[in-house]
Design a protein around this ligand. Structure first.
Ligand code: NAD
Length: 512
């Protein structure tokens, strides 16, 4: 029986791949396209979560003791396992989340690349190094290193059930932490598969990655279980609750929240390329992408051509659950209500849908909205559906002003043939990440940090910042020799302060 097939056996004598910890309550995850049960999982309560975290503590010590080389070797085994079972996992993602298999393959491939990068760069980024001790501590050697936090809690969403949580898990593990992962209640089978794959690939430290399943109450229990840090990815309202729960125990948090990302299309842009990227950025994964493009601001010079190019491309898209479909159903049925509300708000406040605007079953037609007022929910709130607003602006400056006018600030894109202009706009965009002449590319560059500003959260996964996020900086000084005068001693002579002031005058006083 494959690991994916074991997912629905938790209610029987065999507990599937998830340890029940004696929890009687269960819940089922279902295929959003047809409603078939994908797996049955425990609703882990606070006691079960605590047991899991307690079991992770010795694993964290053992994992940390393995050092960078031992961890790198085991993370390679995990990555190899994922690569060898890529299609099995992609099929599970397709069944549980609804996205096309090809998109699942892309998602898992990106994850494997991140795993490789995190493991390969952990020592250089976090390992012990000597730093200059400086003038006032010239008699000391100074050392800096980044030590793991112990057990890290990771709470994930359902939209990229592999890539998104693994952005925290891979970097936390590479930094020397054990992880307890609570996947979304909509994609527990994928989370359970990832943990079972870890046990198979890294049997000697199997408890370094464990999974707990359940709903918000299971997540809240993880916040209160005494983890060294809680990495949360999800919506801003839930993020607030997670922060409040973590505040009770002063547990530090990483917040990867929603977005309302915009694309700026400037006068000199390659309009066809911009349209192609906008359609992919807005519609792929049924628009359920935190860094998806939800708004476009196109200058007057290119607006009509851009709208025509987008409309033509969008008309060729078909949602469905077969392998030829452009994108799948909404993973969460309730999300269709949000999309409906945003489309209705846009059209009742002066906007119009040039295409789409309809919902059939769980499938939302690709929707392009024009002339939507900036105050509309379709422009201000995260829609998380296959919709795009396109707004005509005077120039790129006005586009930037409007781009920066929401409470979110996750990512965005700029299309322009002028490198200097595009880079300037990218730098001034209120976001953590921006792609020039493409969309979402920053997520596929492991060396680049990923995270937002404002209501999109704080802290970073990926890259060196993502490794440091799961550590505490440790400072050490070591006295190398004794100076004749010790400034930090009650035995220092009275004249020492005057001598020090003179020294400051010589070294720093010459600066006007
Ligand atoms: P959500 O906020 O509803 O749930 C996220 C997770 O939090 C789930 O595992 C859920 O069970 C858990 N949870 C719910 N209540 C909780 C509580 N009180 N305490 C602790 N945990 C609790 O989000 P979602 O619908 O699963 O995901 C969609 C959202 O995630 C969107 O807003 C999207 O933009 C965002 N997202 C952000 C990123 C990013 O990296 N910035 C990536 C992917 C998704």
């Amino acid at each position: 029986m494959s690991r994916a097939e074991q997912m629905d056996t938790v209610t029987g004598a065999a507990a599937g791949t998830v340890d029940r910890h004696g929890t009687p309550a269960t819940f089922a995850s279902t295929d959003p396209a047809g409603g078939a049960v994908v797996g049955v999982f425990p609703v882990h309560d606070a006691r079960a979560v605590q047991q899991t975290v307690d079991r992770a503590r010795p694993a964290a010590r053992r994992w940390a003791e393995l050092g960078f080389d031992g961890r790198r070797q085991r993370l390679a085994a995990y990555r190899g396992h994922l690569a060898r079972h890529l299609h099995e996992l992609a099929d599970l993602v397709h069944r549980e989340n609804g996205k096309p298999r090809a998109d699942a393959v892309l998602e898992i491939s990106l994850t494997i690349e991140h795993l490789a990068w995190a493991a390969a760069h952990a020592r250089r980024t976090l390992g012990p190094r000597r730093v200059r001790a400086g003038l006032l501590a010239a008699d000391h050697a100074a050392y800096l290193e980044y030590q793991p936090l112990g057990v890290v809690g990771v709470i994930g969403p359902w939209n990229y059930p592999v890539f998104t949580p693994m952005g925290s898990i891979a970097y936390a593990l590479a930094a020397g932490n054990a992880v307890v992962f609570k996947p979304s209640e909509h994609t527990p089978a994928v989370g359970a598969w990832l943990a079972a794959a870890w046990r198979a690939a890294v049997p000697d430290v199997a408890d370094a990655l464990q999974v707990v399943t359940g709903n918000g109450s299971t997540g809240a229990a993880l916040c209160r279980a005494g983890v060294g840090k809680l990495a949360f990815t999800g919506s801003a309202p839930t993020g607030r609750k997670v922060m409040a729960a973590c505040a009770e125990t002063l547990t530090p948090v990483l917040m990867e929240l929603g977005g309302k990302d915009a694309m700026i299309v400037d006068d000199d842009a390659d309009v066809a390329a911009a349209a192609d990227a906008a359609v992919w950025g807005a519609m792929s994964n049924a628009g359920q992408t935190c860094i998806g493009i939800e708004r476009v601001y196109a200058t007057s010079a290119v607006y009509d051509r851009f709208v025509a190019e987008v409309t033509e491309r969008v008309r060729g898209l078909r949602p469905g659950s077969d392998d030829e479909a452009a994108y799948g159903p909404m993973t969460m049925a309730s999300q269709t209500d949000v999309v409906r509300r945003h489309v209705a708000d846009a059209t009742s406040s002066g906007g119009r849908a040039v295409t789409g605007g309809t919902v059939e079953g769980g499938f939302v037609a690709p929707t392009v909205l024009l002339e939507v007022p900036e105050t509309s929910a379709a422009v201000q709130e995260e829609t998380f559906g296959p919709t795009l607003t396109i707004t005509r602006v005077r120039d790129a400056e006005e586009a930037l002003e409007r781009t920066n006018a929401t409470s979110y600030g996750l990512a965005g894109a700029v299309f322009s043939r002028s490198r200097a202009r595009a880079m300037d706009l990218a730098r001034r965009m209120r976001s953590g990440m921006t792609s020039v002449n493409s969309v979402l590319t920053f997520a596929s560059v492991p060396a680049l940090p990923f995270g937002g500003v404002g209501e999109s959260g704080f802290g970073r996964i990926h890259g060196e910042d993502g490794l440091k996020e799961f550590t505490r900086a440790r400072a050490i000084t070591r006295r190398r020799f004794a100076l004749p005068v010790d400034l930090m001693s009650f035995r220092r002579p009275p004249a020492a302060a005057d001598a020090l002031a003179r020294l400051m005058g010589v070294v720093h006083g010459r600066h006007p």
